[in-house]
Design a protein around this ligand. Sequence first.
Ligand SMILES: NC(=O)c1ccc[n+]([C@@H]2O[C@H](COP(=O)([O-])OP(=O)(O)OC[C@H]3O[C@@H](n4cnc5c(N)ncnc54)[C@H](O)[C@@H]3O)[C@@H](O)[C@H]2O)c1
Length: 342
Amino acid sequence: MNDHRIVLIPGDGIGPEVSGAVRRVFREVEAPVEWEEQQAGVAALSGSDDVLPESTLASIQDHRVALKGPCTTPVGSGFRSVNVRLRKALNLYVAVRPIRSLPGVETRYQDVDIVVLRENTEGLYSGIENEVAPGVVTSIKVATELASSRIARWAFHYAKERGRKKVTVMHKANIMKLADGMFVRCAKKAHEESGLSDVGYEEVIIDAGCMRIVQDPEQYDVLLLQNLYGDVISDLCAGLVGGLGVVPGANIGEDCAIFEAVHGSAPDIAGKGVANPLALLMSSVMMLNYLAETRADARCREAAERIKVAYNRALEDGQKTRDLGGELNTEQFVEALVARLG
Ligand SMILES: NC(=O)c1ccc[n+]([C@@H]2O[C@H](COP(=O)([O-])OP(=O)(O)OC[C@H]3O[C@@H](n4cnc5c(N)ncnc54)[C@H](O)[C@@H]3O)[C@@H](O)[C@H]2O)c1
């Protein structure tokens, strides 16, 4: 079997630093991946007038799998988010964000193992905003039965495949009776139709849900949320296990998948060589497992396992970057990981 041609988008800020770390580790484990580098984000503007060049989009459509660094989005004005555009353009309707306690990373909690499933294509991220009169703005939340049912069915399928015990829908259907009400109804129906009596189902109003997550995260398993809620809850959950430096993600659709860390371009530390590369490395492990499953390639599973074992060993041995209370910079952490590759 040939190596897999995968699109690599370094992105902005710390993106080139953390994607460089992934390249290095993939070389060391001889992962069966051949990179095709493409640009997106502010980084793309040196060769294009668009932060999401047509050639980048076409390359992902062609190769179907990408690993992406973070892309900067200006606050309050300027261009629309590259991430939102990509997810919509490629119909990557579910964001999967596993949030797990890690060995050697001390936090207030011991056994967090939550998977956030975020609807990725609509909700308040529809980008429809109008100033209807001076000083009066409307932001439109788009919710469709199609997208709500699609992600709900995906969630129960995922729970079954991964042996997860419970899916919790977090919502605000007491206030947004139509949009959130429909999301909850679709989730309930998908659970009933799944016939999965051994996968629990619950509905929680999201404000109380936030409190419960912080008080006792170990009671949660799979969380199913609309777009904005999923975005916010992902970062909240990241805080339970050591921060944004250790939370990976995948954006998955029928035809393509883009793997990326939950964190952004971290302008406060960009260019300093201190970013934690783990979140993107873990995303790359998810990508290898996805390739192993969808393309029946055992070499990918083996490479994923070797990387995972090595970073867990490094953490257990106290080899950590500064965000986790350690002293290593990006390169030193990568060296520590490489030294522990089996
Ligand atoms: N998927 C994406 O491309 C994506 C996701 C989120 C934010 N963003 C963009 O990133 C930019 C910055 O956003 P922000 O500051 O709100 O969030 P951020 O995630 O970039 O940073 C938040 C904090 O976490 C720290 N942090 C993040 N990743 C880290 C890592 N790997 N190692 C160590 N510390 C890390 C940062 O230093 C910062 O203090 C914005 O333009 C935003 O739109 C992009």
